[in-house]
Write a protein that binds this ligand. Structure first.
Ligand code: ACM
Length: 632
């Protein structure tokens, strides 16, 4: 009896081990059952109990057909069966699903089509990585017997792509949306306008794309480019026609992703001003779309000065009729209830010198230019509302007073979101410290962008908690991962910056609070890296790279190495050769000998295989990384 009890305790306490799976985001509840696996073969059939269920079934059939080479069609009843519940299951809501796998049947049930779609994504992840293949491949096509109940923590699970700094053609945007869908994101925030390009066709304002979507060609490092000259032809062009937009909106909708369009006003508007100079206070017709040259001075702490007037004039009625035209067309293109109207990093220097802005402030009793920006945003909210939409803006829209019904996207930290929620406004959290995926994710010595102002390593991103304790959680709609693209010229680089950090945020925005386990996450992450390898998608292995800091011990310079992913073997050399698994094994701080030319080269291995980038650090560089000893 006692033995039986011990066995029972063992089985119960080790059940979490048996429940390990590779699914991202981690489901709410997952258990393996005793049945044999379900084997997919030519005899497998796929069914859906009504037209909507059959649509999700067809998406599954397409992917499995592509990878297996079997030809699956969809019928009413199948051995893989997708059903919309006749009576809603209150536990799983609008986006949840249940998934049961036995050796004879796979059953996915949901209340709404979105739930079936997410059930399909999970099922694909239960299949081997080869399921991501675009062509038929051989693999063991079996699904482990299990029972899953799953639903999201947040209704807003977003990713932002900036298509102004670099333009991404329609096919690239679809590819990005496809990956988002795989991880159950449901909002694609499309940053469509900025100083470096206006990317959306507005039919009533043709110059926005004739002029604003083109800039002069530049190569090399962003921010260091030569300023554009009027004598140069602006040949670097790109924008989405309204037909393109409708196509992408429909493409995203098929994947249960809604699109949040962003028209960033009143700052960040060189492209609009280059098209229609009357929109800014200075009416400066020499302003051109920026090709990524330096047109602002940054003083740290968010303080800056714009060297060109890239700001819409809040005292000009022309600006409001311009915005009315823009938002009329934007509202008609995007079914999502919100429009993002920006509001970030708006320079007030030209407003301060402008007599009309000063007169408006006097007339309206506005004491500061923050209040002037708030006046502007309130008028924009009225315009957006008149088109049947709600306004969301970056957290700067809090300054000078929030527009009555505006939602806030908190990016400079959590504070803006906390303040907005305390005022009873809805919030989407995307603080740069955790979820700005344009920031460095590894050692600048080996990352493509060596001049980033900040770093957000994967492990830091994974610690993000979107609901601060002091506020009513119902105001937090959810969160995002945001990709600014100044230094992201290609879709493959966009993928490198996005994954694996957006796998971490997928867990954060979907999975229950408190379920975090770093080792479990990195284990699942490795499986998804295999999936991306098969599918030909890019990602960063920076979390496997060595992290090197220096310290001084008894006057000697020491190299200290850690890693984000646990369980890696670390090897190094000091003789200029490349380290491999036969080099010195790192077991603790390494003394770096004197000598100008000395380089500490360090690499990680995982299960005997190279696993990250080799980091070569000169003695001089290591000296710069010496962490001062704590005072006793
Ligand atoms: C922002 O990152 N400027 C919103």
């Amino acid at each position: 009896m006692q033995k039986l009890f011990i066995l029972l305790v063992f089985v119960l306490t080790s059940s979490s081990l048996f429940a390990q799976n590779n699914i991202i985001p981690q489901p709410v509840s997952f258990v393996y059952t005793r049945s044999q696996p379900f084997k997919i073969n030519v005899g497998t059939t796929i069914g859906g109990n009504n037209a909507e269920a059959q649509k999700a079934a067809r998406q599954l059939a397409d992917q499995i057909s592509r990878a297996t080479g079997y030809r699956f069609t969809v019928r009413k009843q199948g051995s893989i069966q997708l059903n919309l519940n006749a009576t809603p299951n209150p536990k799983i809501g609008d986006e949840g699903y249940t998934l049961n796998v036995s050796n004879t049947k796979i059953q996915i049930n949901a209340n709404k089509p979105a739930g079936l779609f997410y059930g399909v994504q999970t099922l694909l992840q239960l299949l081997p990585p080869e399921i991501e293949s675009a062509t038929a491949v051989a693999a063991k096509w079996s699904v482990p017997a299990c029972e899953i109940i799953d639903y999201p923590r947040f209704g807003w699970r977003g990713m932002m792509l900036d298509v102004s700094r670099h333009f991404f053609p329609k096919e690239d945007v679809k590819r990005y949306i496809d990956r988002m869908a795989r991880y159950k994101y449901n909002v694609f925030h499309w940053h469509l306008t900025d100083d470096e390009g206006w990317r959306i066709e507005i039919k009533s304002l043709p110059k926005l794309t004739q002029v604003g979507a083109c800039r002069v060609q530049r190569y090399g490092k962003w921010g260091l480019h030569d300023a554009p000259k009027k004598t140069e032809a602006p040949t670097d062009c790109g924008f989405y026609t309204q037909d393109d937009i409708r196509e992408i909106v429909a493409y995203a909708a098929e994947r249960h992703i809604q699109i949040l369009p962003e028209i960033d006003v009143p700052g960040h508007n060189s492209a609009a001003v280059a098209s229609y100079p009357e929109l800014c206070c200075t009416q400066d017709s020499s302003i051109m779309v920026s090709p990524g040259h330096r047109f602002a001075e940054w003083y740290g702490n968010g303080q800056f000065k714009m060297l060109v007037d890239n700001t819409l004039d809040p005292s000009s009625e022309k600006v409001y009729s311009f915005l009315d035209k823009v938002f009329t067309e934007v509202a008609a293109l995007f079914p999502f209830p919100y429009i993002h109207a920006g509001g970030d990093e708006c320079y007030h220097g030209y407003w301060e010198q402008d007599p009309d802005c000063q007169a408006l402030m006097q007339k309206e009793g506005l004491k500061t230019t923050h209040e002037l920006q708030s006046y502007f945003t309130k008028r924009v909210e009225k315009i957006v509302k008149s088109k049947g939409k709600k306004l969301i803006g970056w957290d700067e829209i809090l300054e000078g007073g929030l527009a009555p019904e505006a939602a806030v996207m908190s990016w400079r930290g959590l504070e803006g979101g906390i303040e907005a929620a305390k005022q009873g406004h809805y919030v989407v959290m995307s603080p740069n410290d955790y979820v700005y995926i344009d920031l460095l994710q590894g050692d600048p010595l080996v990352e493509p962008d060596q001049t980033s102002y900040k770093s957000v390593r994967l492990q830091k991103a994974y610690t993000f908690e979107p609901v601060p304790e002091e506020i009513n959680p119902t105001y937090i709609l959810g969160g995002q991962a945001n990709l600014w693209t100044e230094k992201v010229p290609t879709i493959r680089q966009a993928e490198y910056m996005t994954w694996p950090r957006a796998w971490a945020t997928a867990d954060i925005y979907w999975s229950p609070k408190g379920e975090k386990n770093w080792d479990n996450f990195t284990r699942r992450m490795e499986n998804h890296m295999q999936r991306f390898d098969v599918g030909g998608f890019n990602y960063a292995r920076s979390a496997f790279d060595p992290i090197v800091t220096g310290s001084m011990v008894d006057g000697k310079l020491m190299a200290n190495v850690t890693t984000e992913v646990n369980g890696l073997d670390i090897y190094y050399t000091l003789d200029e050769t490349l380290p491999d698994k036969y080099s010195h094994k790192y077991t603790g701080p390494v003394e770096i000998p004197e000598g100008k030319a000395v380089t500490f080269k360090v690499a990680t291995y995982h299960n005997g295989q190279p696993s990250g980038k080799m980091i070569p650090i000169s003695r001089d560089e290591l000296m710069k990384r010496v962490v001062p000893a704590k005072a006793p």
